[in-house]
Design a protein around this ligand. Sequence first.
Ligand SMILES: N[C@H](CCC[C@H](N)C(=O)O)C(=O)O
Length: 334
Amino acid sequence: MTELLKVHGSQNQFFILDQTTLDKPLTDAELQALAPKITNPQTGLLGGADGILVVNQPTKAGALAQMRVINADGSEASMCGNGLRTVARYLAEKFDQDEFQVDTRDANLLVRRQPDFAPGVPAFAVEISPVRFNKEALPFDNLGHERLLDTLVPEFIPGLRFTSIAVPNPHLISFVSAAELADNVLGVLGERLNGQNPYFPDGVNVNFAQILNENELFVRTFERGVGFTNACGTGMSATSLAFALTHPELAHFDVPMTIYNPGGMVKTIVHHQADHYWIELVGNATFTHHVTVDEAELHQASFADAQTHATGEETAYEKFVADLPHVNDLQIGK
Ligand SMILES: N[C@H](CCC[C@H](N)C(=O)O)C(=O)O
C-alpha cells in the first residue's frame, strides 16, 4: 500500500506523491494520466485538487529531494510556490530538518520552517527563483514588445496595463480596481491566453491584483493548466515583485508584504541585488488528509479503493482565515 497526502497552501490544494516510497515509480505517462482523474472536482479524490506534487530523489547536489509539479490537466510546470511550502513541511518531518534545499526544475531552492501562522497552522518560507523578464524565459509573440512592464496591451484588455515575469513559471500581472478584480474579465482573459492564441503558445498564469495599502495586495489568479485557484504562490510572488517595480512609492524591497487571496493570506519579501531578484514566500503548509491506496491502482490512474483519513488541521486553518480582513470581501471559490 502507498500513502499520499492531501495538502494545501492558501487552499491551493495538491496531492503529494513521494515516488521514493513506491516499489516502482509512476512513469511520466502514468502521472499525466493520473493527474486529471485524481484532481477532478466531481469525480476525483476528496473533492479533487489543483495538481500533484511529485517527490523524487534529488538530481542536483545539495538538495534533500526533488519536487516536480503536475498541473490538473497533466501538464508539468517548473515551479509551484504554495506547493513547495507543503513539500518543504513533508520533507522537514520525513528527515527531521528545518532548513534545506529542494531540487526544482531550474534551481535548488532554500526552504525554512517558520513560526506557526496561527495556532495549528504550520508555516514555511520558500525561495522563489530564478526570476527572469526576457522573452526566452517567458515566450510571447505578436505584441511588439521585448517584455511587458506596466505596458498597455489593448490586444488583451483595452485600458489595462500588464507586466510579464517568469519565476521561473510564466506570469502576467495587472493592477486593477476592486470591480475589475471581482469581474469575470480575468477568467475570460485566462481562458483566452491558455487556449489557441497568437500570444502565449505555452499558456501563462494570469494575476489580477487590487492595491489595498502600502505593501498590501489582494491577488486573484487564473492558473495555466488548472483555471481559477484559491491562490497561486508563484503568482503572488511575481505580483509582489511587479508591485515593487511599478509602484515604488507603495511597495518596498526587503520589507514584508501582506498578500490576501481567496484562500487566505501569505507574506512575501522581494529582494534584489543589482538586477538579480528573488522572492521569499511565507505561508501555511496544511495537511488535510492521509490517503492509503494500492500502488498497482495508482499505476492504472485508479484510486477507487483508497482509504482517506482527515488530519483535523483544516479546522485550525479555517479559523485563521475567518479572522483575516479582506478575504471574506471577495468570496470566490475555485
Ligand atoms: N499552474 C502553474 C503551476 C502551479 C503554480 C501555483 N499553484 C503556485 O502555487 O505557484 C503553471 O503552470 O505555471
